[in-house]
Design a protein around this ligand. Structure first.
Ligand code: TIU
Length: 222
């Protein structure tokens, strides 16, 4: 398949070897009372992309393609959270503290669950990641290799933090990556705009970008 409108030039992919990767659409970042808000951010900005993400996820499921969800999550004993991460950012609440949705960024807590609108269904992969990138200290690369995946379509939050880090990690591992611009968001609109620009710059140095309507139109024919 060829997504002709992708920037900076058409993106070629085969559905059988492409996975949809949804980064950290968890309550911690999207709902009030979670980690995102404790960092001083307005979570309403991120809620706005949910309908577009939902439309792509539903269309992708219809094609039978692989879906990967990630969550930024730490073990309850914080043994996978280095001081450099724990002590950064001056949040009201730190990772592991008790917040309105349970312990902040801890596996299994209510706030760590993916929002209901995008909840995983049986057969989909869910990766808990202790870092910003989806490949660091996770089984994701091995799993994608075993599934014969060479191309990744990215959605999720936040654009310049976990999405960009994951896309760069994927690019260095040899995956051709496409970012859906209207299915990713930042607490800082100017950071999103800059991240989108820099990823597709220099001849797709990190990857391609497109909008969800462009991908949906292509998937409709499948
Ligand atoms: N703070 C912020 O913008 N993002 C994160 O801490 N994690 C993710 O991006 N998922």
């Amino acid at each position: 398949m060829q997504l002709n409108q992708a920037q900076p030039f058409p993106y070629n992919f085969d559905l059988k070897s492409t996975a949809l990767v949804i980064i950290d659409m968890q309550r911690d970042f999207i709902e009030p009372g979670g980690f995102g808000e404790t960092l001083g951010n307005d979570v309403a900005l991120l809620q706005a992309i949910v309908p577009a993400c939902q439309a792509v996820l539903q269309a992708w499921r219809r094609t039978g393609g692989l879906v990967v969800h990630t969550r930024e999550a730490h073990r309850a004993d914080l043994s996978d959270c280095p001081p450099a991460k724990l002590n950064r950012g001056k949040p009201d609440l730190r990772i592991g503290d008790m917040g309105a949705m349970g312990r902040i960024l801890i596996s299994g807590e209510p706030g760590n669950q993916i929002i209901p609108a995008l909840a995983p269904v049986p057969g989909e992969v869910v990766i808990d990641k202790p870092g910003k990138g989806a490949f660091y200290a996770t089984p994701l690369h091995d799993l994608l290799q075993q599934a014969g995946i060479t191309h990744l379509v990215f959605m999720g939050v936040t654009t310049e933090v976990c999405v960009q880090t994951s896309m760069r990690e994927a690019n260095d591992r040899g995956y051709d990556c496409l970012l859906l611009e209207d299915c990713t968001e930042s607490y800082f609109p100017q950071f999103k705009a800059a991240a989108v620009e820099m990823m597709r710059a220099q001849g797709a140095i990190v990857g391609w970008t497109a909008t969800s309507d462009q991908l949906l139109a292509l998937l409709q024919g499948c």
